[in-house]
Design a protein around this ligand. Structure first.
Ligand code: SAH
Length: 302
């Protein structure tokens, strides 16, 4: 069988949006590739731009899938300028290779390296976070995820208990467990995210330390009521509007007193209302992290 590869080089920030668009029509057959590879020792942020590819079997469905993707790209292009997609025909052997070589290790923060499962985790001093790609959100390329990883590596201590609210691929839960978290509870409202997180937990051999459930803040609060100590650290990388709602609904009850909450997914101009609301609801600001126009805040529960 032959395959058509459609690829687009975009900024890391856009990569997930393009991958998500591709995944509607080609679930599982997507690759996000660094166009420049950082050496393991380098500690700066990954790679810009990224090449996002979709692989479509060349058969009777090709034209309609291609058409839908082109339409999707056109719509996305109305919001943010996109380069023209590049089309390439691949033979079965090329496709198999190209699929694998497209996923390369990604160094993030000072401590982590994100890897696909078929690369052996010889990551130097870095802690491997193995993620099966093909899933749109949580490949580690998005600035909001990277800010969370940086905050986790600074604030998490070994033996602590963690909640990951909106776990996506499970990237943050796995990173926390790698740093020595004794127990991680991961929640997501999306059943697909729960399933992908489960697979990734298994790939990292962390079934004994990470539990994933479908649910949101209400479910966490219900669980915590039975265990009155509460987790030491909560991380939530969700939209600012959702974070605001959660803060008002008692997000601080999901963390123990003097515990840490890392909130990400906040654009620069959304920062003030989120901070003000947090400070009015038992949170104290520890620090603000920034990457491009994204902000993450580290808060302590008082
Ligand atoms: N934690 C991952 C994924 C972030 S994407 C990362 O940092 O890369 C945000 C995730 O939050 C999505 O998987 C989405 O399904 C989930 N989400 C959105 N609203 C939510 C809510 N109210 N409660 C729980 N999860 C939510």
């Amino acid at each position: 069988m032959k395959w058509l590869q459609i690829s687009l080089e975009v900024d890391p920030e856009l990569a997930e949006a393009v991958a998500e668009l591709f995944s509607r029509d080609t679930p599982g057959n997507i690759a996000i590739e660094a166009t420049h590879i950082h050496a393991v020792e380098e500690e700066d942020h990954p790679v810009s731009p990224l090449r996002v590819s979709a692989f479509i079997p060349i058969d009777e469905h090709l034209e309609s899938i291609k058409h839908r993707i082109e339409q999707g790209l056109w719509h996305l292009g109305q919001i943010q300028t996109l380069p023209k997609p590049i089309f390439r025909t691949l033979h079965e052997e090329d496709w198999a290779n190209s699929w694998r070589t497209h996923h390369r290790p990604l160094s993030i923060g000072k401590k982590f390296m994100i890897l696909p499962p078929w690369i052996s985790p010889s990551t130097g001093d870095r802690l491997p976070v193995i993620l099966n790609p093909g899933m749109a959100f949580g490949t580690g390329t998005h600035p909001t995820t990277q800010l969370c990883l940086q905050a986790i590596e600074t604030h998490l201590r070994a033996g602590q208990r963690v909640v990951d609210l909106g776990c996506g691929s499970g990237v943050l839960s796995i990173a926390a467990a790698r740093l020595g978290a004794s127990e991680v509870l991961a929640f997501d409202v999306d059943p697909e995210a729960v399933q992908v997180t489960e697979e990734n937990i298994r790939l990292n051999h962390m079934l004994d330390r990470i539990q994933v459930k479908r649910g949101s803040l209400e479910d966490i609060l219900r669980e915590i009521r039975q265990d009155f100590i509460g987790p030491d650290l909560l991380v939530a990388n969700i939209l600012a509007s959702t974070l605001l709602r959660m803060i008002k609904q008692g997000l601080h009850h999901a963390v123990r007193r003097e515990g840490i909450a890392i909130l990400s997914g906040i654009l620069e101009d959304q920062l003030e209302p989120v901070l003000e609301t947090a400070q009015a609801h038992c949170f104290q600001l520890v620090r603000i992290l920034e990457q491009e126009d994204w902000r993450a805040i580290v808060l302590e529960v008082i």
